[in-house]
Write a protein that binds this ligand. Structure first.
Ligand code: MOS
Length: 735
């Protein structure tokens, strides 16, 4: 357990994004901004049925159209390999079947052909002119779920028996509509096969994984595939793992010998690039009269696709969230004719906490108890699921500070009793948790004679601030200004980095950055002692140290910054590499490592015009030490906006007859925007978690969404007396 360095200069400072100027001036090049000489455009043809078989594909008309270079379909390029996912290599894909693998249609929008032409418009026209015949069957997109298989995720004590004997019980069911990731940048691939090596400009949250999957699928050596993602217009999990458009663009480039650009349309974002599945959950709670939990049962089912088993891990937070001796968590899947689901911001815990935190509120009502008190009363002292202590848990502080900032003690618990300006007020709260872990991650550092440094890693910045936080980390460790650090990421030519996912990247970067700097320092010391006419000539290397960017004699009499040392040696730069070991997925961790938080939400309700608004949100988080308060607050605010969308607006609807997502555009699939969102009051209680890394930082990408929807619907209950158990809330529910 490393201790923090003494001089704190760059960490904890609110820093605007160092890549901000590139973005606001339009000079940052996102995937679809790459235009290569001789580049062709590809547009996929998606199935217009959700179950059945392709019987014929007529390309005659499309092939004759102006500018068309190829209409590719099954059999037009060598077969590709299926992927058997694993997280270690990494080799992750949610849709493991390569495109055009057979003529069976399993979901609406499944790619059946690809039109390639000189311009985008020509390719689009040709794609529209392809005529596909099907033997169609009735798809199953039934939103009512029954698990086809069930497994126990976590169990302790005898939850059923304790429930049967409990003085107060609650048994409630909750459902969440499928949510579709809608980053502003749609998925895109620019593929360039030069006859030997494949380069892919990609919208990827994980370039190394993308490289591995594409190489394996296409049967190319991994070192012959390069994936580049310098700027990403967000992903929310939808860009974690590769989807079929990428191998399609690559296959077209290989076949035609020219670069190929493929950019998905907004409607295509609803077909074949993942979504948060529909989830149904049942929560049963048993408690004593005075509110001590004695039993918790959490059972859930999510839809998955016909070929792949994507499991939404809704019970991730359940075993450690509350102190309860008897617990049982089960998970099940229901297969539907819908594309494979994937991780969406806070996968598992976010929908899971909607259910458990709604149930806690319902139980509080049954007990006649303040929900805040119910939470405090059932706060665990250790992770009762794993039987190990928490690395750092300060949920009580979050709850207490949030309540104070919100003015929770002024809450009248009676439904509809609080009013302001002719509106009914509802006050609700919820607690939350999100895992904290590290991933395997390598970083290289170059120290230069001019006093600048370069840090590099094949990690990526999906808009969260990774460029900035990497510069802050290196600047901190080298004792130089952030402006003196150059960051290079988003390219598999760099040392293998980590996924931008699970809120784990920042924590994963600390150790390898430290190690890379130490390695560069050690190399510098070796040169200095070996060199002639340096202040350290002939010294024993172990009498020297490299700290805060300076070579120091351990007696502290002499010290020299790395720039001066490099000048003395007349060498331009010196490099080091570090590799940090992951903790994610450890079977028997010694500590339970999570972030925590609490949301307090006020809604206003005007029954006469059926107008519901989120009017005030106070949220407090325990996410370890905050490295950049500006970027961290920004992450939480964005997540709360998504939470308002999840509670009130977002839901993908599938037509029962065709299986098509019928609101596959941004007018009908509504996300929360400024008008839906009040001022957000975000606070951090800063307890550094040095068990996770030397800077004490955890992650902030996802936890802000956890619990947010429950806090809002709990507030709706307080205002209206109506319990919303299915998201998104519909105004009809309140009338
Ligand atoms: Mo996040 S859903 O791990 O991108």
């Amino acid at each position: 357990m490393a201790q923090p360095q003494a001089a704190i200069t760059q960490i904890g400072q609110a820093r605007a994004r160092i890549d901000g100027p590139l973005k606001v001036t339009g000079t940052a090049r996102f995937t679809s901004d790459h235009n290569l000489p001789g580049m062709l455009y590809a547009v996929p043809v998606g199935a217009t049925i959700a179950k059945g078989r392709v019987t014929a594909i007529d390309i005659a008309r499309a092939r004759q159209m102006p500018g068309v270079r190829a209409i590719m379909k099954r059999g037009d390029f060598p077969p590709m390999s299926h992927i058997t996912p694993n997280f270690v290599e990494p080799l992750m894909a949610d849709e493991t079947r390569p495109p055009f693998d057979d003529d069976v249609i399993r979901y609406y929008g499944q790619y059946v052909a690809l039109a390639v032409a000189d311009t985008f418009e020509q390719a689009k026209a040709a794609a529209d002119a392809v005529t596909v015949s099907y033997a169609a069957e009735t798809p199953n997109v039934d939103p009512h779920l029954a698990a086809e298989n069930t497994k126990v995720v976590s169990e302790r004590g005898d939850a059923e028996k304790a429930y049967a004997g409990a003085a107060v019980t609650l048994d409630a069911q909750y459902a969440i509509a499928p949510e579709t990731h809608n980053p502003i940048e749609t998925h895109a691939t620019v593929a360039n096969w030069d006859g030997d090596e494949l380069t892919l400009y990609e919208t990827s949250q994980a370039v190394v994984n993308h490289r591995n999957v594409l190489a394996d699928m296409l049967g190319l050596p991994r070192h012959k595939v390069r994936v580049i993602a310098k700027f990403i217009g967000s992903g929310f999990g939808g860009k974690l793992w590769p989807w079929s458009q990428s191998p399609l663009a690559a296959a077209a480039s290989i076949k035609l010998g020219q670069p190929v650009k493929l950019v998905l349309s907004r409607p295509m974002m609803f077909h074949a690039v993942g979504h948060r599945p529909r989830i149904e959950q049942r929560v049963r709670l048993g408690a004593t009269r005075d509110g001590k939990l004695v039993s918790l049962q959490h059972d859930y089912v999510n839809t998955t696709s016909i070929l792949d088993d994507y499991e939404e891990n809704c019970g991730e937070a359940t075993p450690h969230m509350y102190s309860v001796p008897n617990l049982r968590v089960t998970s099940g899947l229901a297969k539907r004719n819908i594309g494979t689901p994937t991780s969406m911001r806070g996968p598992g815990a976010v929908p899971g906490l909607f259910a458990t935190e709604s149930a806690m509120d319902e139980l509080a009502v049954k007990l006649g108890m303040d929900p805040l008190q119910l939470h405090l009363l059932n706060e665990p002292r250790l992770d009762e699921g794993l039987g190990v202590p928490f690395s750092s848990r300060h949920l009580k502080e979050c709850l207490t500070l949030g309540a104070e900032k919100f003015g929770w003690s002024n809450r009248d618990p009676h439904v509809g009793a609080m009013k302001r300006d002719g509106m009914i007020l509802g006050w609700g709260m919820a607690a939350c948790s999100w895992l904290a872990a590290r991933l395997d991650c390598s970083v290289s550092v170059e120290l230069r004679q001019d006093g600048t440094a370069r840090v590099a890693s094949a990690s990526q910045d999906i808009g969260t601030g990774t460029y900035t936080v990497m510069a802050q980390m290196a600047a901190e460790m080298l004792g130089i200004a952030v402006e003196r650090v150059e960051v290079e990421i988003g390219d598999t030519k760099l040392p293998p980095g980590a996924v931008s996912g699970g809120s784990m990247l920042t924590a994963s970067l600390v150790a390898p950055t430290e190690e890379a700097i130490a390695a560069a320092g050690k190399a510098l010391i070796a040169r200095l002692v070996a060199g002639e006419n340096t202040p350290f000539s002939g010294a024993e290397p172990q009498t020297l140290a490299f700290k805060q960017g300076r070579i120091m004699a351990k007696d502290a009499q002499t010290s020299m910054p790395f720039a001066a040392a490099l000048q003395t040696l007349q060498i331009a730069s010196i490099s080091g590499q570090g590799t940090g070991q992951g903790t994610f997925g450890a079977q028997r961790p010694k500590l339970s490592s999570h972030s925590f938080g609490a949301h307090f939400v006020e809604v206003t309700w005007r029954p006469e015009i059926a107008r519901l608004r989120a009017s005030r949100v106070v949220s407090v988080f325990d996410a370890g030490r905050i490295l950049n308060p500006l970027a961290a607050r920004n992450q939480i605010e964005g997540a709360i906006v998504m939470g308002i969308g999840m509670a009130l607006l977002e839901g993908t609807e599938y037509d029962a007859a065709s299986g098509a997502p019928i609101n596959a555009n941004l007018a009908d699939y509504v996300v929360a925007t400024n008008a839906d969102v009040p001022a957000l009051d975000v606070h951090f209680v800063e307890y550094p978690d040095y068990n996770l890394n030397a800077l004490g930082a955890r992650g902030v990408g996802e936890i802000g969404l956890a619990g947010a929807a429950a806090a809002l619907t709990n507030a709706v209950y307080h205002a209206t007396g109506i319990r919303v158990r299915e998201l998104p809330l519909k105004l009809e529910d309140l009338l």
